[in-house]
Design a protein around this ligand. Structure first.
Ligand code: HEM
Length: 461
């Protein structure tokens, strides 16, 4: 029987305001109507007018050609601001522009490639951990927590001077508390109640924000101190990491540098936003591969031929294109950022429809990637969708896991390299098969998670 990856049943009628609010709190993917998977654009009214946009031409206009007309919607920003202030992800206009000019060079391919050894070391440690748990017969391993540990290690090592003077467990708990409180859409947000009215989740999440900020601030301080010691003749590190680059970063146009608070907020976003999305991609990839032994075998053969017994490094990425296609196809079926929202400043025309100021645009990446008009067999796992000739023949705007245009994900290179290095290493060492329990349900609050976890049986080769 062909393997059908877990999916959700979208609503087949328009939901009332109350139903939408309940669904958004339970699983944001449930507010995407069934029509969004078959039509280019769906509109409705919930207080104000909303449009779900799945048309590639319209998406190009929103992300690129008329991007200034479509700032990010407050609903999403409100969930992030308590933790990351007005940092690159959450700012608009001039505040965004100078931060983008300053941060983009930090993620230049050369700088990201220099971080590959940290990712390789983590891949090796993850494989060793898995080998220990797989050694017990009949064991099923929960892969989401394994992948969170792996990507969190990477980001701590490259953004916070390592984990020695940083309590990763405490920080991890603070993130979970944050997601369960501030990170949930509040009824007040959807009703467009003004910002000054405190949200219950935001109040409950204050302690977790304080914990995270204090820890990141301390790590930055340690680094500043060690840089000044190094400057006075102390030992130097072989290559700069993310924090070194950020400490030195300055706007090429104005020479402006980040204040300690701006630095703190941006580093905080890299840590929270950067590790979770990649961990989820890896978890879904392993679930998909466990369900499709043939594709798994093909990716493994390629990884083993390239790596032998060594963990993967940057030099193996070009040698394992099939592993890369598995990652891309995973993000098609389970885009970590499954839905974006934008406001409208001035009237515009999208896919032939009149859009007015105060309308809300939803960009349901999850539905775009499974759209009946743009994809053959949209619910089937097929890494062949990312063969170079297929990619070249497709509109770029039907596949947007990292967004597009001026606000495209600044960490996409970093995320892809990290996912590739970890997945190739694990495939070369283990065979993955479905474990116990029902398949997980894709569930989104800020990101698309496998609800119930990814439980797999892991066999060392
Ligand atoms: C698989 C992993 C990732 C996915 C799927 C992802 C997805 C996205 C998406 C969709 C956006 C655009 C949001 C919008 O237009 O509203 C974005 C922006 C951003 N991402 Fe990522 N991301 C990932 C990993 C990372 C990593 C590793 C970092 C940094 C370490 C990062 C940092 C950022 C930043 C700073 C922005 C804001 C850019 C701007 O507004 O100029 N992301 N990401």
């Amino acid at each position: 029987m062909p393997f059908i990856p877990p999916r959700i049943a979208p609503p087949t009628r328009q939901l009332s305001l109350l139903e939408t609010l309940r669904a958004a709190r339970r699983n944001v993917l449930e507010i995407i109507p069934g029509l969004s998977y078959v039509q280019p654009m769906v509109s409705g009214r919930l207080g104000s007018r909303w449009h779900m946009v799945q048309d590639p031409g319209a998406l190009r206009r929103i992300f690129l050609d008329n991007a200034a007309n479509y700032p990010k919607s407050e609903v999403m920003l409100r969930m992030l601001r308590p933790a990351v202030g007005d940092s690159l992800f959450t700012s608009e206009g001039d505040a965004w522009r100078w931060q983008r000019r300053t941060v983009a060079p930090v993620f230049a391919p050369r700088n990201v490639a220099a971080l590959a050894p940290v990712m390789t070391a983590t891949a090796e440690r993850t494989a060793q951990r898995l080998a220990r748990s797989a050694a017990r017969p009949g064991m099923v391993t929960e892969m989401v927590s394994e992948m969170f540990t792996a990507t969190f290690e990477v980001i701590c090592d490259v953004a916070l001077s390592g984990r020695e003077h940083f309590d990763a467990k405490l920080y991890g708990q603070a993130i979970i508390r944050y997601m369960a409180t501030v990170g949930r859409a509040s009824v007040l947000d959807f009703l467009q109640v003004p910002n000054w009215m405190p949200r219950p989740g935001a109040v409950l999440g204050r302690g977790s924000v304080r914990t995270m900020h204090a820890m990141v601030a301390r790590a930055i301080e340690e680094r500043r101190r060690s840089v000044s010691v190094r400057g006075a003749g102390g030992a130097t590190r072989a290559t700069d990491d993310l924090l070194d680059h950020m400490l030195k970063a300055e706007d090429a146009e104005t020479g402006r540098r980040m204040t300690p608070e701006e630095l703190l907020h941006n580093m905080q976003f890299f840590i929270v936003g950067g590790h979770e999305t990649t961990a989820l991609t890896l978890s879904w990839a392993l679930l998909l591969l466990a369900g499709d032994p043939e594709v798994q075998e093909q990716a493994r053969a390629e990884a083993r031929a390239a790596l032998g017994d060594a963990p993967a490094g940057a030099e193996h990425i070009a040698l394992t294109p099939h592993v890369g296609r598995v990652i891309e196809e995973t993000m098609r079926l389970y885009p970590p950022v499954g839905l974006l929202a934008r406001n409208v400043l001035r009237p515009d025309l999208l896919a032939g429809r009149r859009i007015m100021p105060k309308d809300t645009l939803f960009l349901p990446i999850f539905a775009l990637h499974r759209h009946r008009m743009w994809w053959d067999d949209p619910d089937t796992f097929d890494p062949g969708n990312f063969a170079p000739e297929k990619v070249a023949a497709r509109d770029r705007y039907v596949y947007l896991p990292f967004g597009a245009g001026p606000r495209v994900c600044v960490g996409a290179n970093f995320a892809m390299m990290q996912a590739h290095i970890i997945l190739a290493t694990l495939l070369a060492r283990f065979r993955f098969a479905p474990g116990d329990g029902p398949p997980p349900v894709p569930t989104m609050s800020m990101t698309v998670r496998p609800e119930g976890g990814v439980r797999l049986s892991v066999t060392p080769l």
